[in-house]
Design a binder for this molecule. Structure first.
Ligand code: IPE
Ligand code: IPE
Ligand code: MG
Length: 253
């Protein structure tokens, strides 16, 4: 049974978190990093880390719904990740397919709208169809927009946007930041307010390089499979204390 639209119902959705809704990010983006090191630390193959990471993603989706976060973007596979050993790439593609097979129905029932950013053209037709069908099935859901960055790269996205603008004969004087945003894969979505990167790496790795211009960053040494609801809550608490100035003068102090 589809759940009622309740994104704006703070009391109902925002369980277990003591942050005023206007201090919560509307859009969280996550660089889910550290699966390989999580597995290595346990003497397991890297793919076991990716599976544990996928299980964790399911938990974090639930936590975002509970906390009343309307938009979540996850970095699942970058344009650069094709450079990994073929066996790992195959495993990651398999895990994506498996996740759709196992979780789609439940996510749909929970009111999750799935979207994809990046390119599907390198995927096998069967997997490509599964992604397209999942997006189609869930397109009217509104409780959480889950935007999956798979075969995604920020530079690639901007190059695609420029090519399409040229194709559309966009006039030079009409090229504005808003127009560029409308040509990106994320057209129509708000920019991320908070970008989380797990595993201790302090870099962006080609993720949302345009959209993240004014995002707040949260870095943690925790490997992605161990990044739990409690730590998400901690990231949200930290975010709520930040003074987002957007180049203006401080509003606090
Ligand atoms: C992130 O974990 C998942 C993907 C990039 C697909 P990694 O696989 O990068 O894990 P580490 O960084 O090697 O530990
Ligand atoms: C970024 O992690 C990509 C994803 C999490 C999907 P990587 O592990 O690929 O990034 P680098 O190599 O540390 O920059
Ligand atoms: Mg990594």
């Amino acid at each position: 049974m589809p759940l009622p639209e309740s994104r704006n119902n703070f009391k109902m959705e925002n369980k277990g978190i003591n942050i005023p809704p206007d201090k919560l990010p509307k859009h969280i983006a996550i660089i889910m990093d550290g699966n390989g090191r999580w597995a290595a630390a346990r003497g397991l193959p890297r793919l076991a880390g990716h599976r544990a990471g996928t299980d964790n993603l399911r938990r974090i989706i639930t936590a975002c719904i509970e906390f009343g976060i309307p938009y979540l973007t996850i970095y699942a596979f970058s344009t650069e990740n094709w450079g990994r050993p073929a066996e790992e790439v195959r495993g990651l593609l398999h895990i994506l397919e498996d996740m759709i097979d196992r979780e789609l129905q439940e996510l749909h029932e929970e009111g999750v709208q799935l979207r994809h950013i990046g390119h599907l053209d390198r995927l096998k037709p069967r997997l490509r169809k599964k992604v397209i069908d999942a997006v189609e099935l869930t397109k009217n859901n509104t409780r959480l927009i889950l935007n999956v960055a798979f075969n995604y790269g920020g530079r690639d996205e901007i190059v695609c946007a420029i090519r399409r603008m040229i194709k559309d004969n966009v006039r030079e004087e009409n090229v504005t930041p808003d127009l560029v945003s409308d040509y990106l894969f994320t057209a129509g979505l708000p920019d991320p307010d908070l970008i989380i990167r797990t595993s201790g790496e302090l870099r962006g790795s080609n993720f949302l390089i345009w959209q993240g211009a004014y995002a707040e960053w949260y870095f943690t040494p925790t490997y992605w499979p161990d990044f739990d609801k409690k730590e998400l809550q901690h990231a949200l608490e930290e975010y709520s204390q930040r003074d987002r100035r957007f180049g203006q003068i401080p509003t606090k102090r």
